[in-house]
Write a protein that binds this ligand. Structure first.
Ligand code: NAD
Ligand code: MG
Length: 298
């Protein structure tokens, strides 16, 4: 494992080529129970003041990619509110501890993002506690595989849409009145938007919607000085994958199909979000930054 995100090494071997067991847990999966454990940059992410005094909301910031983003943002100088499901309190407290360890304010907001009123409360709480917000990361997501559309439950289709698309819309709409010029919105999409799996029809559909939402809203908000961008991860080792994100028998080979030959770790995603949140990316609007280990996207 690298000592910091700046260490030069061979990306093929930067992280282990893991072979996780064929195990499946109920949703939501937890990082505190993930085997082998994932790296969120706890021991490695080095901040250089790139987000000094910014105020961020990161949905799904308790675990996986969102947890790595929350740690990186805090070490770059931002206060961070993380949003997660009540069952994920242990994960959330560990990440809040990391944020506080960076000398920043952590806000933990458990609840259900498929509830519109909760989305409004998330924004209001962050505004009240931080005195404003200037970064919104719409990262929470639901992914449950289903090989046959006739067996895809209506409520799963509905909840996948609500979690991945509606919550992004509701949070963004609630946040906008509070976002000054220079603020940024970053949405987590997926390589599934470009290379959809036949097992993930509902999920892949939401990710294509997120890409288009990002491009359209990016143009709408650019004249106000608010930039909207997205990050499209490839296969990343997170609890989403072991909680029916895909068939358990596929887990031992997870990520091995990428040109780098291994899954990504959440820590390898965080710098993309930091770049898009910081003014270094001032001329980047409506873009989707892919972090896929080499899986090609159009
Ligand atoms: P994860 O399970 O660690 O994170 C997903 C989070 O979403 C959960 O921690 C949970 O807190 C949150 N969430 C889900 N439903 C919610 C609800 N109703 N209310 C509140 N919070 C809710 O997994 P991850 O892989 O880090 O996922 C983060 C994002 O990355 C998701 O949007 C996912 O689609 C995307 N993504 C992941 C991969 C991958 O390979 N892991 C690849 C591409 C995209
Ligand atoms: Mg979680």
């Amino acid at each position: 494992m690298p000592e910091s995100q700046y260490e030069f090494d061979n990306p093929v071997d930067r992280y282990p080529h893991i072979h996780p067991p064929e195990a499946q847990v109920p949703e939501p999966g937890r990082d505190s129970e993930l085997e082998p454990p994932a790296d969120h940059g706890e021991a490695s992410y080095v901040g250089t003041g790139r987000l000094t005094a910014r105020k961020a909301i990161v949905t799904g910031g308790d675990s996986g990619i969102g947890a790595a983003v929350a740690i990186a943002f805090a070490r770059e100088g931002a206060d961070v509110a993380i949003v997660y499901q009540p069952e994920e309190e242990v994960d959330a407290q560990a990440i809040a501890e990391q944020i506080r360890g960076a000398g920043r304010t952590a806000l933990t907001i458990p609840g259900d993002l498929t509830d519109r009123a909760f989305c409004d409360r998330v924004v209001q709480r962050a505004v009240d506690e931080f005195g404003g917000i200037d970064i919104l990361v719409n990262n929470a997501g639901k992914q449950v595989f289903c090989p046959d559309l006739t067996e895809l439950p209506d409520d799963q289709f509905d909840l996948t849409m609500k979690t991945n698309v509606y919550a992004m819309f509701w949070l963004t709409k609630s946040a906008l009145p509070h976002l000054a010029a220079g603020s940024t919105i970053i949405n987590t999409t997926s390589v599934q938007a470009y290379l959809p799996s036949e097992l993930l029809v509902d999920y892949a559909t939401t990710k294509a919607a997120i890409n288009t939402f990002t491009k359209a809203l990016g143009q709408q908000l650019a004249p106000k000085g608010i930039r909207v961008n997205a990050v499209a991860p490839g296969p990343i080792w997170t609890p989403l994958q072991v909680s029916a994100g895909q068939p358990p028998e596929k887990l031992p080979d997870f990520g091995s199909q990428t040109p780098l030959g291994r899954p990504g770790q959440p820590a390898e995603l965080a710098p993309a979000y930091v770049f898009l949140a910081s003014p270094e990316s001032s001329y980047v609007v409506g873009e989707t930054l892919t972090v896929t280990g080499g899986m090609p996207t159009p």
